[in-house]
Write a protein of this length. Structure first.
Length: 332
């Protein structure tokens, strides 16, 4: 059985569905918090619940006792930890929520992995750890010492914590730095969702940094396939001298998952307009605190390890997202 935390969330839902389709048994946990509309999470769970092999527990992994009880009753040799308090901007408003979920909660996951000798811990990191870096594309071996949001700092902390546990307790651990994941069943706080809703309702879109921003948009189906490729490839101890987090002698690795193709946000808006058949009203604003101008994933290391690279074009991904949105919410 594979444990997926954040199973009711965006990526967790898609990964759980893929694992089930491939014949795996999945134990999904989620605390169903109110960061965004919980009905969306429950609708995702309804789909998963119809699949044989899926079991769900409403559990908060930041609750140590609850997580200990979970593992005592249902040991899982593989963990995919996707649960976290997400969102760069919300971390400016509610820092203690991030500390509890992303730091205390992740420590609980690491302790569970140690006590139950898991075969592989795969966990979600973020492109936000690159912070104020300006050299493009972002490579796993680049220094990541200047995060510009608390959310990013918690994700970088997760990488450091996982490395310590991997070194001390020989826990195979893979951190995946996701780059702007989008697609059907996405989170309502993400740009695709916000922009689509605004366009359909005739309200203006807030375009920050006056539209001069690029993102390495990555379709959720490609991200899930990337996780699947990594899951059965736990890192082995390396004899190489430790020169960067990407070259640790512990059973530890960090990998980017992005499209390796940054696109201007204005181009993304144009694709949404085309898919929706409606023009957007644009409200140009300065850069927001905690935001960056461009993200760009170097995928060399991931492709060398797995042979896989994302294949879904932004045009195709936008079409699939819009089809889902209109089917789920309607045009009004």
């Amino acid at each position: 059985m594979i444990l997926v935390t954040g199973a009711a969330g965006f990526i967790g839902f898609h990964l759980s569905k893929k694992l089930l389709d491939d014949g795996h048994q999945v134990l999904g946990i989620d605390n169903l918090n109110e960061y965004y509309d919980a009905s969306l999470k429950r609708d995702r769970l309804e789909i998963l619940g119809a699949e044989p092999g899926f079991e769900f527990r409403e559990t908060d992994f930041s609750d140590r006792e609850a997580l200990v009880a979970l593992f005592e009753n249902a040991p899982c040799p593989q963990i995919v930890h996707l649960g976290a308090q997400a969102g760069v901007r919300y971390s400016l408003e509610a820092p203690h929520v991030y500390a509890r979920s992303n730091l205390v909660g992740f420590l609980n996951i690491l302790e569970a992995a140690r006590q139950h000798k898991v075969e592989h811990l795969v966990y979600a990191s973020s492109s936000s750890v690159y912070g104020a870096n300006v050299k493009q594309p972002f490579r796993e071996a680049d220094p990541v010492d200047h995060q510009i949001s608390l959310y990013a700092a918690t994700k970088r902390s997760n990488e450091l914590m996982a490395h310590a546990y991997s070194h001390l307790f020989e826990i195979p651990a893979t951190g995946l730095r996701f780059f702007t994941v989008y697609g059907p069943w996405g989170r309502p706080d993400m740009a695709f969702f916000i922009f689509t809703k605004a366009i359909l309702s005739g309200k203006p879109i807030k375009v920050f940094n006056n539209g001069d921003m690029k993102r390495d948009f990555t379709y959720v189906g490609d991200v899930v396939e990337g996780i699947m490729q990594v899951l059965d490839r736990p890192p082995q101890a390396s004899s190489r001298e430790h020169s960067s987090p990407a070259d640790s002698p512990a059973r530890f690795q960090l990998l980017n998952i992005g499209s390796h193709h940054p696109v201007n946000v204005m181009e993304m808006i144009r694709l949404l307009e085309s898919a929706l058949g409606k023009k957007a009203e644009l409200d140009f604003l300065p850069m927001q605190p905690g935001d960056v101008q461009e993200t760009y994933a170097d995928m060399t290391r991931f492709k060398d390890l797995t042979g896989f690279s994302p294949k879904t074009s932004l045009e195709e991904g936008v079409r699939l997202f819009v089809e889902w949105y209109v089917d789920y919410y309607g045009k009004d």
